[in-house]
Write a protein that binds this ligand. Structure first.
Ligand SMILES: CC(C)(COP(=O)(O)OP(=O)(O)OC[C@H]1O[C@@H](n2cnc3c(N)ncnc32)[C@H](O)[C@@H]1OP(=O)(O)O)[C@@H](O)C(=O)NCCC(=O)NCCS
Length: 219
């Protein structure tokens, strides 16, 4: 395997992966973010160059990495003016704060433990987020991406569901990311009909590839 450990090589890799979309979507998104400051401190290896078949992205071996330390990355504020059907008297647009990680974790399908909450904290600190604050001053709906650029955590608290807020935030987030030049995509489980409906309403383009998640644990 060839280690791509400098910014020139990583930019070449990003360019090459871009030509292989949509199949390369997830690894393209990951390398894109490595080229944007690499907040998750990842490294990329390819089997051969330039006609590679496989790209492996893994954490750099650093003391403390196993604890998933929260990085110093700065959140990119979403500046886009929100437009649409949101009641702006009642809901204020904002970004997520690291103190909101427990709330996000509570409504995340893969959440519910200390590691998932730390992962969310790290995503909040590293990547753009968007939320609406309700009258209580806490997020009622939000969107957040992971280190591969996938819009990975999105939810509306039950009290405020079915009011169009989830669709509104998803739309606003996608628009804002597009403006920043970020590749944006999400995965909606086939069984999650509401999420499927939101993607359909927003006319997001379905990709012909599967979505996989590998859970790696030390032997
Ligand atoms: C998916 C989720 C974010 C939707 O949030 P929301 O704020 O209720 O979304 P919206 O109000 O914009 O509703 C989207 C569509 O689903 C419909 N919908 C919402 N809740 C529904 C329900 N319980 N039953 C049937 N339809 C429902 C809405 O009527 C709307 O349809 P429309 O566009 O035809 O009007 C929310 O249900 C949620 O947090 N679920 C748990 C976490 C989750 O699944 N996240 C997405 C992971 S990919």
């Amino acid at each position: 395997m060839i280690l791509f450990d400098n910014s020139y090589m990583l930019q070449m890799l990003e360019k090459s992966l871009r030509k292989r979309l949509p199949e390369s979507l997830k690894v393209y998104g990951t390398v894109f973010h490595m080229n944007q400051g690499n907040p998750f401190k990842l490294k990329a290896l390819v089997d051969k160059w330039p006609d590679f078949d496989t790209v492996v992205v893994r954490p750099q071996e650093q003391p403390g990495d196993t604890e998933m330390n929260v990085g110093d990355g700065e959140q990119v504020p979403i500046l886009k003016k929100l437009t649409g059907s949101c009641n702006e008297e009642m809901f204020k647009h904002s970004t997520l704060d690291v103190t909101h990680a427990a709330l996000v974790d509570k409504f995340w399908y893969f959440g519910g433990n200390r590691r998932s909450q730390r992962f969310i904290e790290r995503c909040i600190q590293s990547f753009p987020t968007l939320c609406l604050l309700g009258p209580e001053g806490t997020p009622v709906t939000w969107a957040l991406m992971d280190q591969s650029g996938e819009l990975r955590m999105g939810a509306t608290v039950p009290k405020y569901r079915s009011q169009g807020l989830g669709t509104y935030v998803l739309y606003s987030y996608v628009q804002s990311m597009d403006k920043l030049g970020f590749p944006t995509y999400n995965h909606a489980d086939k069984a999650n009909k509401i999420s499927q409906k939101m993607n359909h309403t927003l006319q997001l383009v379905p990709m012909p590839c599967d979505w996989n998640q590998w859970n790696c644990v030390p032997l």
